[in-house]
Ligand binder design. Structure first.
Ligand SMILES: N[C@@H](CCC(=O)N[C@@H](CS)C(=O)NCC(=O)O)C(=O)O
Length: 213
């Protein structure tokens, strides 16, 4: 399999976590978002939406959208499941993932940020306020969803898709200065995952296209 992505893309990071936790082998093909490579004719043939991640399967089919990719991996490679066995727990894991993918991450997206800066003249303070209000608000919802859960991961003793979505979102939130000081359970899960090999291998700074200061 070949994963097209960008080191700091949180949606790509989710897929890397899922693949690493499942122990799947894959090649990583960087797409430089800052250089606009996601809009190159070559990449648009793979994903006409011009977004990463995209996953080329062993059969040569190109899949897009991190949720769809991770659900595909779960169906195709069910060993080391990322969804709980119980239907209600599965719904909860999906609720955490959906809150992050639909209600927290989109506000942080490069094209949205570029629009706000260049066409709406947002300065750094306005951007921080916007991100805290919308992305930070969605993270408060995630904190409520998991605050009564036990165990080192979002939903117990094993990683699920909830963790695959949560860890990249926290990484991005910290980078953008979103206040997570009240999100104590989110921070505890994030810190736990940071120490695990699969999550370390998936980390943005472990990628070949990472830019170090
Ligand atoms: N809903 C999509 C989001 C994908 C997405 O927003 N990708 C970002 C990087 S995290 C991207 O490619 N941005 C490029 C741009 O904004 O031009 C998913 O879950 O895969």
């Amino acid at each position: 399999m070949k994963l097209y992505g960008y080191w700091r893309s949180s949606a790509t990071y989710r897929v890397r976590i899922a693949m690493e936790v499942k122990g799947l082998e894959f090649a990583y093909e960087p797409v430089n978002l800052l250089k606009g490579e996601q809009r190159s004719a070559d990449f648009l043939k793979r994903n006409p939406q011009g977004l990463v991640p995209a996953l080329e399967t062993k059969e040569g089919c190109v899949l897009t959208q991190s949720i769809a990719i991770i659900e595909y991996l779960e169906e195709r490679y069910p060993e080391t499941p990322l969804l709980p066995a119980d239907a209600e727990r599965r719904a909860k894991a999906r609720a955490v993932a959906a809150t992050i993918a639909c209600e927290a991450q989109p506000f942080m997206n490069l094209r949205i940020q570029t629009y706000l800066k260049e066409e709406r003249e947002f300065d750094a303070a306005a951007m921080k306020d916007w991100l805290n209000r919308w992305s930070g608000g969605a993270m408060n919802s995630v904190e409520s969803l998991i605050s009564n859960e036990k165990g080192p991961f979002c939903l117990g003793d094993r990683p699920t898709i909830a963790d695959a979505f949560l860890v990249p979102q926290v990484y991005g939130a910290l980078r953008f200065g979103i206040d997570l000081s009240n999100a104590t359970r989110i921070r505890a899960v994030y810190d736990h995952c940071a120490g695990l090999d699969a999550f370390r291998r998936a980390h943005p700074e472990s990628q070949p296209d990472a830019v170090r200061p």
